[in-house]
Write a protein that binds this ligand. Structure first.
Ligand SMILES: *Cc1c(COP(=O)(O)O)cnc(C)c1O
Length: 382
């Protein structure tokens, strides 16, 4: 009774969400700090004073929200942890400043960046040529390739865990293909400089889409937003889930040229007119207005990440220097599964992968200082 296409599906497995015990959750790269209180107030007001609005369809185009996101990007450069914060005002660090104005026409919003990625894959990739991505990157990309019947070509990372950009470009040229990767990459946490990404785009096929997923960019690294001026085939996907403490409310967005954004709108309107509900739009607008608060949190996370990295190195762990809100680490003589189990016994969840090549590693989300203290006291005994 099932459609044949179901045999192409290999669903993504997220970090576990157990209910048997109150674990400290450091396994899904969620933000350890709550949303700003103005977000709660905006939602309470929307569900109270504006209760009748909950019975009406939301703005299908998220118009006000796209304005708010554009403003936030112009004020932060898309890298929260480097912004200058004065009172409730953010200014980008000089090197992150976007050399043009990001406008609402350059933005598309969806129900989490997972959904946004689904629309983007449908909009830009056909089944007539492979999509190029690294072998270790966000594991949803192969899932969507199966869903949309897009062939894929996974290029191994180099031995230092960085992208093999040379080989990715060779394959893209040979197959006249598009490219996608996360920058900073997951689960390694390594980011590529903007100028190196620009070199890649310059050599990649001009009329194929080049996607950079910037889910973790607010915690370090460099955003490719400034490159939108020079490259018409560049598509940047970002999310509110991590740096804006929004994983439970679901909001992701695309930044690209108005022409490509229009194409994504066409796909959205052929699937679901209203992917972002009224409460999510309300909460997200309030979040953008408090981006200074999230920038402070990103700075704390970045500081605690660097501190935790030093701790791990001091205790004999191999750690890849991270520019994200997580670290990827391993310890000689232990599998990732063993590290995961040892930490779980103490009531803390981290993530391990059974994928060959990274099965010795665990990925640990940076929590609050007290959570990290608890974790350290377990990990120093391993
Ligand atoms: C978390 C994550 C996403 C998905 O974020 P949502 O907006 O919660 O769907 C996308 N890409 C990468 C690389 C991620 O780590």
């Amino acid at each position: 009774m099932l459609a044949k296409r179901l045999s192409n599906l290999h669903p993504y497995v997220p970090g576990e969400q157990p209910k048997d015990r109150d674990y400290i959750k450091l396994n899904a790269n969620e933000n350890p700090y709550p949303p700003h209180k103005s977000v709660g107030e905006a939602v309470a007001k929307a569900a109270g004073e504006n209760l009748s609005k909950l019975g009406l369809y939301p703005d299908p185009d998220s118009t006000e929200l796209r304005k708010a996101i554009a403003k936030m990007l112009n004020e932060t450069g898309g890298v929260f942890c480097n912004t200058k914060i004065e009172g409730e005002k953010c200014t980008p660090d000089e090197k992150d400043r976007i050399p043009f104005e990001v406008t609402p026409e350059m933005i598309f919003c969806g129900n989490g960046s997972d959904e946004v990625l689904s629309f983007v894959f449908y909009t830009f990739f056909d089944s007539d040529r492979p999509l190029i991505f690294p072998n270790f990157t966000y594991s949803f990309y192969p899932v969507y390739c199966g869903y949309y019947n897009i062939p894929m070509m996974q290029v191994p990372l180099k031995s230092d865990w960085t992208l093999d950009s040379g080989r990715m470009i060779e394959e893209a040229q040979k197959n006249d293909s598009g490219i996608i990767f996360a920058n900073p990459n997951a689960p390694t946490g390594i980011s590529m400089n903007r100028s190196d990404v620009a070199d890649m785009i310059r050599r990649a096929p001009k009329d194929r889409i080049f996607i950079v997923d910037e889910a973790y960019c607010d915690f370090g690294g460099e955003s490719c937003l400034p490159l939108l001026k020079d490259f018409k085939n560049l598509v940047i996907v970002r999310t509110f889930s991590k740096s804006l403490s929004f994983a439970g409310m679901r909001l992701g967005y695309v930044v690209s040229s108005p022409e490509l954004i229009q194409a994504v709108f066409t796909v959205k309107n052929s699937f679901n007119h209203f992917p972002v509900d009224f409460l999510a739009q309300t909460a997200a607008i309030a979040s953008c207005k408090s981006c200074w608060y999230y920038a402070e949190n990103a700075k704390k996370v970045a500081r605690d990440r660097d501190d935790f990295t030093s701790f791990l190195k001091d205790h004999g762990y191999f750690v890849i220097d991270s520019t994200t809100n997580f670290v990827f680490t391993k310890k000689e003589g232990h599998t990732g599964e063993e590290l995961y189990q040892a930490v779980k016994k103490a009531g803390i969840l981290i993530r391990h992968f059974n994928t060959p090549g990274i099965e010795d590693f665990v990925r640990i989300t940076i929590g609050t200082p007290s959570q990290m203290q608890e974790l350290k006291s377990v990990m120093e005994k391993i």
